[in-house]
Structures are given as structure tokens and as C-alpha cells.
Ligand binder design. Sequence first.
Ligand SMILES: Cc1cc2nc3c(=O)[nH]c(=O)nc-3n(C[C@H](O)[C@H](O)[C@H](O)COP(=O)(O)OP(=O)(O)OC[C@H]3O[C@@H](n4cnc5c(N)ncnc54)[C@H](O)[C@@H]3O)c2cc1C
Length: 442
Amino acid sequence: MSALSMTSGSGDFPTDRHGWAELLPERQASRPLNGDRRVAWAVIGAGVTGLASARRLAELHPDREILLLDARLLCQGASGRNSGFAVAVSHFAGGLNADRIESWRRVNRINQAGLDLLREQVAKPAFDCQWREDGFLHAAADRAAIRECSHFLRYLEAMEIAHTPLDAQTLSARLGTAHYRTGVHVHEGALLQPAALVRGLADSLPANVRLHELSPVLAIEKGAPLTLKLPKGEVRADNLILATNHEAVKLGFLRRYLTASTLSGSFTRVLNDEELAGLGSEKEWGILSLHSGGATVRLTADRRLCLRNTAEYNGAALLSDRQLADRQSIHRAGFERRFPQLAHVPFEYAWSGVEGISRNSTNFFGRKGDNIYLAGGYNGSGVSRGTAFGTALADYASGGHSSLIDDCLASAPGAWIPPRPFLDIGALLTVRSRFRGVGLDR
Ligand SMILES: Cc1cc2nc3c(=O)[nH]c(=O)nc-3n(C[C@H](O)[C@H](O)[C@H](O)COP(=O)(O)OP(=O)(O)OC[C@H]3O[C@@H](n4cnc5c(N)ncnc54)[C@H](O)[C@@H]3O)c2cc1C
């Protein structure tokens, strides 16, 4: 086999027992793939992108079996480890830029399509993932974020997006923290428990999708059919959807265009009635920071406060237990700044997750060879967008046409990422700039 016709992976897919999946009841995993298989369609990656692709392929090809493979257990990728904001409206930092309005509208159409798909999938058949569709708050505590709030308001007005500006007093009455000076409620968008979403989506897949967890694809031998090499078997597939997020690079795709950043946060234990009563008038909410390095904060349906406020380049890996323990002091400081009245409430879990990022904040969608299609790299905003990309990719790979496919295809090409050690230096500087001026918003 020549090097050109074979892409191979490192076979290294570590995970840990931290995160939202730990808050769910035990479940029986699907069997790893064992032996040889011949299929028309294979999907690699069972995050929101791969789940959406597999679902759509199953609808389009009801007489075919769709094979869905994941290297890990369900919920161990970013889709089960994010902060649970399914956005309809992206926040593009900086002032209003007339040249970019069309591209912003395109991204928001994709977000909205993903949100609409998720709403339908969560409802039919209904499963519980703490879905709550009442939008979210974008808030600011310090100077840079306060300035950004006025940019954001101008953007929302220019784009005619439904929203309500909020002052410090209203924010404090709603959230039980006097921390924020200004903010805005964007009406569209849903909050959810990410691991419960992934699990519910997987459990409700059409009957012609066959999921195999703990089934890493180690190499792809190109050809017609393609051959996927796994530790205990081989899959020969006519068509392949690659929904492996930043780990596409391990299989030789987007090596110089896709990298990753590792984020971390913590959850408190469940709050008691008295603690909850001190938290303002709303019993469930989510706050996105108006500063790129600011904290994402949630009061969850199961009465926990959750705060994520670190991001770093960690070689596209989860944080070790020691790193996580260290980052927890940063989570704790952010938590106590906002909720001094709850300083006695301990954290019960800390978690980390790895998001796929490009240098120019673009997303990847399209054909990567005669019969290989890829979507991914959503730069920290992939719950609704990944669902839309995954669905559109299945349509596109099946020869379909739609305005959603056109919107996804219009994503800008990725900017070139240098190899190590320049990558490490660049990543360090990028992360530093993400936190510049964050102040009280962290
Ligand atoms: C901490 C954190 C917070 C975030 N918060 C939000 C948020 O609030 N809202 C939002 O919209 N986005 C958020 N994001 C981003 C969002 O989670 C991701 O963009 C999205 O989940 C990506 O979905 P995906 O299906 O493309 O990738 P993933 O969910 O990463 O799934 C890829 C899957 O592919 C599998 N895989 C990889 N390689 C192989 C292989 N060779 N063989 C077999 N399987 C393989 C992996 O095991 C994984 O399960 C956040 C991300 C993080 C890390």
C-alpha cells in the first residue's frame, strides 16, 4: 500500500471519567466492532456532527445499514463535554462591519437550522436532556466587555435579532449576582445537558444505524470501496463521512488547518432550597461572556452552578487530573467573585474538553476525496452548527442540493497553521490574546 493511498492514525484516544456524562445514570455501551463488514455508508465520530449525519443518511437510504463508529464511549468527545448552549445567534466580536454582514447572516442561518433540527429530534421521540428554549444572556462585568456590549447591541439591532438589553439591577434580580454591569438577553437559543443530548440522540437513531463504541479507526485505505482499519476488524465502505472534529488530523486530514484548544470548568454540588432561593428570580439560566476569555456560567435544571473559564493549548488533549486540580482554583475564584454568598458550596466535579479550532475561525465542510466527506472544527460553537453541518453533509454526499448545503459550502477556506514548535508559540500567543483585558469577566 503506498503512503499516498493510506492515511493512518496514532490509535491514541484517551478519555477520563470527568464531566457531564458522570451526572447521568449508568448505561450499557454498544459493542465494539469485531470482524469484517461491508457497508454502503460509514460515519466516523458519534458527536453531534456524526449523529446528525448518520440520522440523515438513514432517512435518505432506508434500505441501507449506516455504520457509526466512535473510538471512545458516547459523550466523551466535545459534544458531551461542552457548556450546553445551542446557539441561534453567534456573537462576532468587534464593531459592526458592513462587509461582513452577509457572512454573519449565513452563519446564523446555519445555527438556526441546527437549532430547529435539534428541537425536532429532542421532541420526537421525546427524551430528557434538560432542553430549555428561552435564549441566553450575554453579560459584561469589566471595561472591555462593557465596551463590547455596545458593539453587540448595534449588531443585534442591525441584524434585526430579537433581544432585550438588561441593566445591572435587572441582571442582579434575575441571577442573584451583583457581578455584572450590563448585558443582553438574546431570545433565540436553547440550554441543554450536553451528555444527555448525545445519549438521547444516539438512543433515538433510526433502526438502520448501527453504532459501535470503543471502535477507533486507525487508518483509511483509499479506493472504491474504502477500507477502514480497526483494532479487531476492517470495514469496507462505498462512502465515508468523517465527523472526528480536531482528530481528523490523526487520520491525515486538515493537518495544517485544524488544531485544538482545551477548556475546563467545574460544577457545584446540587444547591439546597435556601441557596437556590438566594439566586434571584430565574431557576435556570445561562450566561455567555461578552469577553472572549470570560466565564460561561450556568444554573442548571438539576440545581447546580457551573462555570467554565479556562482555555489553553494542551496538545489537543484533555487536562490531566493534576492540571484539572490546578485549574479548579481559577474556576473557584470566578465562582466566588460572582456568588460570595455561596462561598461555602463546594465543587463536585471539574471537567475538561477539547474543541477543534482553525486560525481564521472558519468551519470545515465538503468533499475530501472521491468518496470521503468531512465536517467539523466549529471554534467553540458547534452544538447547533455541528448538527446543521452533519445533516447537510449527509445530503451533500448523497447528491442533494439545498440552501443549507450552499451556506455550509460557503465557509471560508482554513488559514494555514505552522508545524511545531511554531504552532506552540503561535497557540500560546493566541490564548494570551484571548484573555487580554478579561479582568473581572473571567
Ligand atoms: C468545554 C467546551 C465547551 C463548549 N461549549 C459549547 C457551547 O456551549 N455551545 C456550543 O455550541 N459549542 C460548545 N463547544 C464546542 C462543541 O462542543 C463542539 O464544537 C461540538 O461538540 C463538535 O461536535 P463534533 O461532533 O464535530 O465533534 P466531537 O463531539 O468531538 O465528536 C467527534 C467524535 O469523533 C470520535 N473520533 C475521533 N477520531 C476517531 C477515529 N479515528 N475513530 C473513531 N472515532 C473517532 C471522538 O471520539 C468523538 O466522539 C464547547 C466545547 C468545549 C470543549
